[in-house]
Design a protein. Structure first.
Length: 154
């Protein structure tokens, strides 16, 4: 009777697996899990050349980001969808050039589910909130005699 070749195939398969690193845990590391959250911030500086914006966090959208209130962070807005009115008069809306320091912005950012924030936090959406704030209507100046003057009768 002829001997089976199955043990030889099993041994060779195990040897190839060990040599290729499959049995040693040499699996490609998964990227860290991130979550999308919202922030409101006040812009302190913009670098249009690098596509980065520095802003102070006013409010955080969830428990992960509430701890960053009052901190100034760097945001990467190169690939963000920007919703801003044309404030610089160049005829183009929704550009980074339309944001100014001291503008209030709403940001949708991807933060790690656990661990530390990256040096430049990637932003998916930027919305200018300053344009949404209402400007207070000043009371009308009364017309008539100046204070201390009597009206003249005709």
């Amino acid at each position: 009777m002829r001997p089976s070749r199955l043990p030889i195939v099993v041994v060779l398969t195990a040897a190839v697996a060990l040599l290729s690193g499959a049995g040693t845990g040499a699996v490609a590391a998964k990227p860290p899990r991130t979550v999308l959250t919202g922030l409101q911030a006040k812009v302190t500086a913009i670098d249009a050349r690098t596509g980065r914006m520095r802003a102070t966090i006013l409010t955080g959208g969830d428990a992960r980001t509430r701890g960053y209130k009052g901190r100034t962070l760097i945001f990467d807005v190169r690939h963000a969808r920007i919703t801003v009115a044309d404030t610089n008069g160049d005829g183009r809306e929704n550009t980074l050039a339309d944001l100014r320091p001291r503008d209030l912005v709403g940001l949708q950012v991807r933060v790690p589910a656990r661990g530390r924030l990256p040096r430049a936090i990637p932003v998916s959406t930027v919305m200018d909130l300053t344009a949404l704030l209402s400007t207070p209507a000043l009371p009308q100046v009364p017309t008539g005699p100046a204070p201390g003057q009597l009206p003249t009768g005709s």
